[in-house]
Structures are given as structure tokens and as C-alpha cells.
Write a protein that binds this ligand. Sequence first.
Ligand code: GAR
Length: 191
Amino acid sequence: MYNLVVFASGNGSTLQAIIDNIENGTLSANIQLVVSDNPNAYALERAKAHGISTYVIKSKTFEGRDTELSEFLSNYSIDLIVLAGYLKMIGPNLISKYTLINTHPSLLPKYGGKGMHGMHVHQAVITAGEPISGVTVHFVNSEYDKGSIIRQTQVTVDPTDTPETLSAKVQSAEKIQLVNVINDFIHGKIS
Ligand code: GAR
């Protein structure tokens, strides 16, 4: 079985899409663990509701998180770590040990980097008058949103879009793209 670990900081609708696609047979994978830096993340409730183990990171520093996670995750067999709305930087121990991918709600390299997450991205895209936005799945490296790009999907920004309506369009494209990319990892089409 292909073993995933999912990191999430908030609502966890992206995690939910992965869970749903495992349960409906689209993804032949198993989520070993859901990790969060936020004890109140709704993503943790979603995991528990599906019988998935959860882990809340205790360390409050970048180095501490990297050491703690590297030790804790050594108890698991992991093929791929998926960052699904996880907002902390990943440290060098994890980067050297695991394959990590992130999904980001814009067409990187545009609208990436520190502070560019969730609704902040959609607000910036609308303020700039962009006609097109989208989603990017990329490998994780030591800089925010800078790892090599695996796949992108475009979404049209309509003149009437608000950050909320754009977010809804981007997130529905995002879930489809992410599930497809994970499926390609499972079938050895990406490595
Ligand atoms: C997703 O749209 C994801 O791309 C974004 O946060 C949202 C999480 O939603 N991630 C980033 O902005 C990372 N820079 P969710 O908690 O409902 O899955």
C-alpha cells in the first residue's frame, strides 16, 4: 500500500478530498497520519472522524519542529508527504529524508512566498486585476513556494469575482489536480 502523511494547519477541505478519494477507490493509498501545527485545526477533526491518527507538533521554533517531526515520523513508513494547507516552513531534516509536495492556490511563481496563503492570495490576485489565476502543485524545498513545479491548472478570474468566489473556484480545481498528482506518484509516473 502507498503510504501518505498529510500536513494541514486549518480547515482541511483539501485533506478531506484526499480522504474521500481513498474511500471511493480513486486513490490506492493509506493516510498513515495527519500532522498539524495548530491544535484547533478542523483538519484534525476530519482525520479523527475517518479513524486516521493525528499528531500536533509541540515545538514552536523552526529547528524544533524539524527535529521533533524527523524523530516522530521515523516510526512510520512513508512514501509521500503532502502539505495540504500547511503554513509552516519545512526544515532540512524532513527535506533530506522524504519526498514532500505542496499545493498552492496561485500560478506560481506569481503570488507565492511568506504570508501568501489562502485568502491573502486571492485578494492579491483580484487587487492586481489578473485575468487568470490557478493552482500549483510543487516539490517542497527550503524556500516557501520555490520548489520545482509538478503541475498547474488555470482558473479564469471574472470581473465580478470576490476573493471568496475566486477561492471556491480555485479550491475545486485544486482538489482535482492534487488527487491526480498523488495518483501519478502512486503509479510511479512522478518520482
Ligand atoms: C488551500 O487552498 C491551499 O492551497 C492553501 O490553503 C488552502 C487550505 O484549505 N495553501 C496555501 O496557501 C499554502 N501557501 P483547506 O484547509 O480547506 O484544505
